[in-house]
Design a protein around this ligand. Structure first.
Ligand SMILES: C[S@@+](CC[C@H](N)C(=O)[O-])C[C@H]1O[C@@H](n2cnc3c(N)ncnc32)[C@H](O)[C@@H]1O
Length: 211
């Protein structure tokens, strides 16, 4: 299975080099970037039993003109609900895998969401947005896949306006699920201020303010 993490593409780890080509999809999922070929799994209607897009959107400080960056939207499970709630705003989707963005675009076009932009890029590199461009940045089951979360969070801090919100949702059975205590440590280390948590340790949303 192809790996998309820059950590693996630029300097493959020992494990990656010795892995047989027939390595299972499960091992690919466990080690990094969630493969776009399995987007059907995260789009499964049963996921609504864990977290509904409407529930997550209710937890976010949205106004009709909010400017949102959704980092790692995958095939857009949450994106349509976000776009729908900001008719006079803008939703930018940034994902490492162009194939995921293509799926998200198909879904949002079908729903006639015209307030959405798409960018294929690595969140651990330079983000293609102006400073203080967003009111809200959202990451759902993404942070555990990042090769360098510190660098990514520093970049997110640059593109969030002062007083803006960084919202992170994590849940099992995502194999990269980051627990609340660890998440809080990683995010606060980059200067964000913890605001609020909804839900339990294995299925929660946490919000942080950019000072
Ligand atoms: C498990 S999927 C979650 C998708 C979506 N947030 C959801 O919950 O349905 C993780 C997504 O993060 C993206 N991703 C992983 N590492 C990334 C990086 N360094 N930069 C940008 N996107 C990344 C993957 O391509 C994938 O689409």
């Amino acid at each position: 299975m192809m790996r998309h993490s820059p950590r693996h593409s630029s300097s493959p780890s020992r494990t990656a080099r010795t892995e047989p080509p027939s390595a299972s999809l499960w091992s690919a999922i466990r080690k990094g970037c969630y493969p776009h070929q399995l987007s059907w799994l995260i789009d499964n209607p049963l996921r609504r039993l864990i977290i509904r897009p409407e529930t997550l959107a209710d937890r976010l400080p949205l106004t009709p003109s909010s400017r949102i960056l959704e980092l790692g939207p995958g095939s857009g499970y949450f994106s349509a609900e976000l776009a729908r709630r900001i008719p006079a705003g803008r939703l930018e989707l940034l994902d490492l895998q162009p194939q995921m963005l293509a799926k998200a675009r198909r879904r949002l076009d079908r729903l006639a969401c015209s307030n959405v932009g798409y960018a294929a890029a690595d969140a651990c590199g330079q983000l293609p947005y102006e400073e203080a461009n967003f009111d809200l940045v959202l990451l759902v089951t993404v942070i555990g896949e990042l090769s360098d979360p510190g660098t990514a969070l520093a970049g997110l801090q640059r593109v969030l306006r002062s007083g803006g919100t960084l919202a992170v949702h994590e849940h099992l059975p995502d194999p990269d699920c980051v627990g609340f205590a660890r998440l809080r440590r990683i995010v606060e280390a980059q200067g964000f201020r913890f605001m609020r948590r909804w839900g339990r340790g294995w299925n929660f949303t946490a919000s942080f303010e950019r000072p």
